[in-house]
Design a protein around this ligand. Structure first.
Ligand code: TRP
Length: 307
């Protein structure tokens, strides 16, 4: 069975943009592939060290796990693991650091895009920020994933991963597969306010864990002027466009609530048993570390680092 690795930074609850951007395809692919889902807690630190998100890592790891389970990912088929619970990832990241020039790291367009939040020049950026795509390459290559389904903002990281895998293989012999990227159906969902991107920090999202009342209120208040996003949502949830917002908005809210009903139900089941969530993470940690140890053995052997 071919392997997939994908996942999310654990910065908060996942929203419907994440659903159409990646969760939907994870659910579809779980029968065909051996899927690993990383809950990327270390990746939160590069720009949220001392703020609310930095302090809420633990809660947010469980939000991410619950969101993934509630959309229908089956914990018996899928391997979930927390990034910081796999020491082999840090080990592989360290070795990959030597394969990437500082210039190459600075040219990653997603790093550049996100830099605004961290400062205006590289001198103020922490090293973890500049090198998180290298750590992401380790996430993908430690379990030797063949396919990485992600949103389009992640393409530069997969490119960098492919370069690292090729560089390693050229230097030391074939150890890693060259992973392919799979871009989702709706690469980017616009926000409730009509902005290009649905994003927690912009406050324009519908969360997968929103209640019926929250959805109704959010749609009621959603921007409906020029360039609004409501018909895009209509298309996704099967509601015909109609310029009469008094008619269209309630239909849209109903359709979204209908879509969220089974998701809410599953979440409630899982929430009843938090110990089971920890069990899922323990099993995932064990499996990922076993596979990771095997990969690290091959890596060290190839590099001549067995003493
Ligand atoms: N960078 C991804 C995000 O922002 C999360 C992530 C970490 C990831 N490691 C990964 C995604 C490996 C795919 C593959 O959500």
């Amino acid at each position: 069975m071919k392997r997939i690795l994908t996942g999310d930074r654990t910065t908060g609850k996942l929203h419907i943009g994440h659903y159409f951007g990646s969760l939907e395809s994870r659910v579809k692919l779980q029968d065909e592939y051996d899927i690993f889902i990383i809950l990327a807690d270390l990746q939160v630190l590069y720009d949220h060290l001392d703020d609310e998100k930095g302090r809420a890592i633990k809660t947010n790891v469980y939000h991410a796990l619950l969101d993934n389970l509630s959309v229908g990912l089956d914990p018996d088929k899928v391997t979930f693991f927390v990034q910081s619970e796999i020491p082999e990832l840090s080990e592989l990241t360290m070795l990959f650091m030597f394969l990437v020039s500082v210039g190459r790291a600075k040219r990653n367009p997603t790093v550049k895009d996100e830099m605004g939040q961290a400062g205006t020049n590289y001198d103020h950026m922490n090293l973890g920020f500049l090198s998180f795509p290298v750590s992401q390459a380790a996430d993908i290559l430690l379990p030797k994933a063949n396919l990485v389904p992600v949103g389009e903002d992640q393409i530069p990281h997969i490119e960098q991963t492919r370069e690292i895998a090729r560089r390693f293989n050229n230097l030391y012999g074939e150890v890693f597969p060259i992973p392919e990227c799979k871009i989702s159906r709706f690469p980017r969902l616009p926000g409730l306010d009509g902005q290009k991107k649905m994003s927690k920090s912009l406050g324009n999202v519908i969360n997968l864990s929103d209640s019926e009342e929250e959805v109704n209120q959010k749609i009621k208040k959603a921007y409906s002027g020029e360039g609004h996003a409501l018909f895009t949502y209509g298309e996704l949830f099967g509601v015909e466009p109609n310029d009469m917002m008094g008619i269209f908005k309630p239909c849209l809210a109903d359709a979204i609530n209908e879509f969220l009903t089974p998701i809410r139900k599953r979440r409630m089941e899982y929430e009843k048993n938090l110990g089971y969530l920890r069990d899922i993470l323990n099993q995932g940690q064990k499996r990922t570390r076993d596979i990771g140890a095997e990969t690290m053995g091959q890596v060290k052997e190839a590099m001549g680092m067995i003493y």
